[in-house]
Design a protein around this ligand. Structure first.
Ligand SMILES: [Zn+2]
Length: 440
């Protein structure tokens, strides 16, 4: 068996493909071939690094392997070693890269919080975005473009209060100052729109109402869109086994403030996928086609990487530069693995496994918070982080305060060429060093 160079795995953690498409002869297809793949299930484990996959498949620091389902997929599937995360790397640009193939330059979307010189501010926002004036036909004065939970009618509710509040949206002077919904902000079409135009049926599930973004410029990309608000207050989930009462009542402000509650939140979306595999709509209420393209993102690992939960005195993140997960993070990875196992099991049960392409990936990696990190191990950690977050194997030069590795002049030159990636503030506070990573 070919030895796998995990360092080559990129920030997009891994693409595991089941059922490689064996071409079949077809009388009608122009190319004379026809794939037996009928469905694509796209899963994003937000924050999951190549290193996390390596560790959970093989075990690390005395931990036995802890992701049997992902391990099984990885063994039978294809791994794309040269995948690279979007730049910048975050949920919006990462998701758009996956569903459009576009970079932020082509999609026009760099982040869920950006600035646009051509638009005008919202008329009477209820969030923190500054209001602006808009004159139809006149160039906009420029405005912050914020597409997060603060545009919901009511972000404390799981359904976001039933919709997006247009009063919080930027306005387009060239469209009679109409509010610009997230899907209208994207410049390019996406795979959901392509599938629908060709007779397909599509579904997606994400974390804020703002992810109606996936409808694309047509506004029609996704038939069955399910975006429970992750920023909402934690409530019992009547139809989710194990979550019919609030599991962790010590932290209920939102779903991301508890290592346990976040699993319940993700289970909502896992349940949606299982309903869809069973030929139902996401809530199981009606019959529907099994989607041509469908999927969801997991937030559990991301929370496991970032959260310090004071209410139970537990800290997530990694224990060392090898990426050994803390107990809370370990639990989240195991949860995600079991959930993916449940989906695979359901595909098998419905006889759809051989006709479904399963893609496991990550919209983005995550700067790791590391417990008790010291500068010495921070260097090693930075190397790992850079390799797993910044794409294919590259020569990496670290420039840390007091620990200069390359001549300063050279580093400055590279910085001026825009090649420096400033390590996030969160990471800096963990390592207490002023650091830069140079990607060459
Ligand atoms: Zn994310």
């Amino acid at each position: 068996m070919k030895k796998i160079n995990f360092e080559k795995l990129a920030g997009i953690a891994v693409s595991v493909l089941l059922s490689t498409a064996t071409p079949y002869k077809s009388a009608s297809a122009d190319d004379g071939h026809r794939s037996r793949i009928r469905h694509v299930l796209l899963l994003s484990v937000d924050g999951f690094h190549a290193l996390d996959l390596e560790n959970c498949v093989k075990g690390v620091s005395g931990l036995a392997p802890y992701c049997p389902n992902l391990g099984g997929l990885a063994q039978n599937g294809i791994r794309y070693m040269q995948a690279s995360s979007s730049k910048p790397s975050d949920s919006f640009p990462g998701l758009l890269a996956m569903i459009t193939g576009g970079t932020p330059r082509s999609t026009g979307v760099f982040y869920d919080n950006s600035y646009d010189r051509s638009l005008a501010g919202p008329a009477s926002p209820t969030n923190d975005v500054a209001p602006g004036s808009c004159t139809p036909g006149m160039s906009g004065t420029g405005t912050q473009v914020l597409y997060d939970e603060t545009i919901d009618n009511d972000s404390t509710k799981l359904d976001g209060g039933g919709g997006i509040n247009p009063a919080n949206l930027p306005r387009n002077p060239l469209a009679n100052c109409a509010p610009v919904h997230p899907h209208q902000y994207v410049r390019v079409n996406n795979i959901f729109e392509v599938a629908r135009r060709n007779g397909g049926y599509t579904a997606w599930s994400d974390k804020h109402l703002a992810y109606e973004l996936v409808n694309g410029p047509s506004g029609q990309g996704v038939n069955d869109l399910y975006n429970p608000e992750i920023a909402s207050e934690v409530v019992p989930l009547a139809n989710v086994p194990g979550c019919t009462s609030v599991v962790d009542p010590t932290a209920t402000d939102d779903w991301t403030s508890s290592f346990e509650n976040i699993k319940c939140y993700d289970k909502l979306k896992v349940q949606a996928i299982i309903n869809q595999i069973n030929g139902k709509t996401h809530d199981g209420s009606q019959s529907a086609r099994v989607p041509t393209i469908f999927g969801m993102n997991f937030q559990a690992v991301s929370v496991g990487q970032k959260l310090v939960q004071a209410s139970i005195n537990a800290t997530g993140g990694y224990l060392d530069a090898l990426g050994t997960p803390s107990n809370p993070l370990l639990g989240e990875i195991q949860f995600v693995d079991q959930s993916i196992g449940a989906m695979i099991g359901e595909l098998h049960k419905q006889g759809l496994l051989q006709s479904t392409l399963v893609i496991v990936s990550a919209k983005h990696g995550q700067a790791r918070s590391i417990q008790r990190a010291r500068e010495k191990s921070a260097i090693q950690l930075l190397r790992h982080w850079a390799i797993s977050s910044c794409g294919k194997r590259q020569r990496i030069v670290l420039h840390c305060y007091g620990l200069r590795i390359r001549p300063k002049r050279q580093v400055r030159r590279q910085q001026s060429q825009g090649q420096a990636i400033r390590v996030s503030a969160k990471f800096l506070s963990a390592t207490r060093s002023r650091s830069y990573i140079m990607i060459l």
